[in-house]
Design a protein around this ligand. Structure first.
Ligand SMILES: [Zn+2]
Length: 329
């Protein structure tokens, strides 16, 4: 099958239009890893602009939510462009993707987004407060026509053809509160808001000291993450019995949003994480670029190959044992 058949990038047969927000809104918080206080302002952006982060403390330099900007996969999704980096973008991008916000300017006065309560729900509330405006440009979705898979037997993520965006996820974590959790959702706005958005990030108390020695989780607290001790949860009740796997789905949706266009397909994942999510996004991006080529044309060269984002594939439990970390960041 030729590359042209692998993906179809097209205006939806039922025409949909891009959206932005109606008015600026803002919030303040602390970066989960940096511990830095940050003020975030969401502003409307014109059709075709996509989602950009504008770093006020770096002279207004912008970083695009785009596959070419993917810079780091460790414990959070970090984007980099024009010599600047912005960290932990995935919870906001998960909310924008689910609510159909295509164009947005995100002003920040620090390098990391606020953790807020560790979920995407505060960002959903902020976007609802801003309202949505339908724009004149059509929205171009990416329809997956053939399976794409990255990873190995223990950790993988795959996308297969489907009529809508679905995400099915299985998480194996050797902890008495977690174990093996599976969840599957059709990612409509209502399902996202009710079933996914409020699932919080999680981490292990035993890893916190090592994380902080490595400059991570400086802003992590009992207020913005589910903290696991050796036998139980240290800070109250779970929001869902399977909150852990729901947060993995939240992260995956946020990473998919970096493609810059809605993805139509069924994503199936097991013990994946940001690194594998990013590999899938890069592969979707590579094939979408190839699809746009004129015959005998040449693709715009990618700044980063898919292979360069590969990581050794291990189970989530193994990764937790020998790497300090808030596992689901
Ligand atoms: Zn997360």
């Amino acid at each position: 099958m030729g590359i042209a058949h692998l993906l179809s990038v097209l205006a939806c047969s039922q025409m949909e239009f891009q959206q932005t927000i109606r008015k600026p809104v803002e919030c303040r918080g602390v970066g989960l890893h940096s511990g830095q206080p940050v003020r975030l302002i969401l502003r409307p952006a014109p059709p075709g602009a996509g989602i950009h982060f504008r770093l006020l403390h770096r002279g207004g330099t912008t970083v695009a939510a785009h596959p070419d900007s993917l810079a780091d996969s460790h414990y959070a999704t970090t984007l980099g462009e024009n010599g600047c980096r912005v960290q932990t973008v995935e919870h906001l991008l998960s909310a924008t993707h689910a609510l159909g916000i295509d164009n947005l300017e995100v002003e920040l006065d620090a390098n990391e987004l606020p953790a807020l309560d560790g979920s995407a729900k505060p960002f959903v509330n902020l976007l609802y407060a801003a309202g949505r405006r339908v724009q004149t440009a059509p929205r171009r979705s990416v329809h997956v026509n053939e399976p794409i898979r990255v990873g190995d037997d223990g950790r993988w993520v795959e996308i297969v053809p489907a009529q809508d965006l679905w995400v099915s996820y299985t998480l194996d974590l050797d902890h008495p509160v977690v174990g093996t959790q599976s969840a599957s959702f059709a990612v409509t706005e209502r399902v996202f808001v009710e079933e996914v958005a409020s699932a919080r990030t999680y981490g292990f108390l035993s890893d916190l000291e090592r994380l902080r020695e490595n400059g991570l989780a400086k802003g992590g607290s009992l207020e913005n993450a589910v903290v696991l001790g050796s036998n139980g949860i240290l800070n109250g009740h779970l929001r869902f019995q399977d909150e852990f796997v729901r947060h993995k789905i939240l992260d995956l949706i946020g990473d998919l949003a970096i493609l810059g266009r809605p993805v139509i397909g069924h994503v199936v994942a097991r013990n994946a994480g940001h690194a594998l999510n990013h590999q899938l996004v890069m592969e979707l991006h590579r094939r979408a670029l190839a699809e746009r080529l004129p015959q005998n044309g040449r693709a715009r060269p990618l700044r980063r190959s898919v292979r360069s984002l590969e990581v050794p594939c291990r189970s989530e439990a193994e990764a937790v044992q020998d790497l300090p970390g808030l596992a689901a960041l």
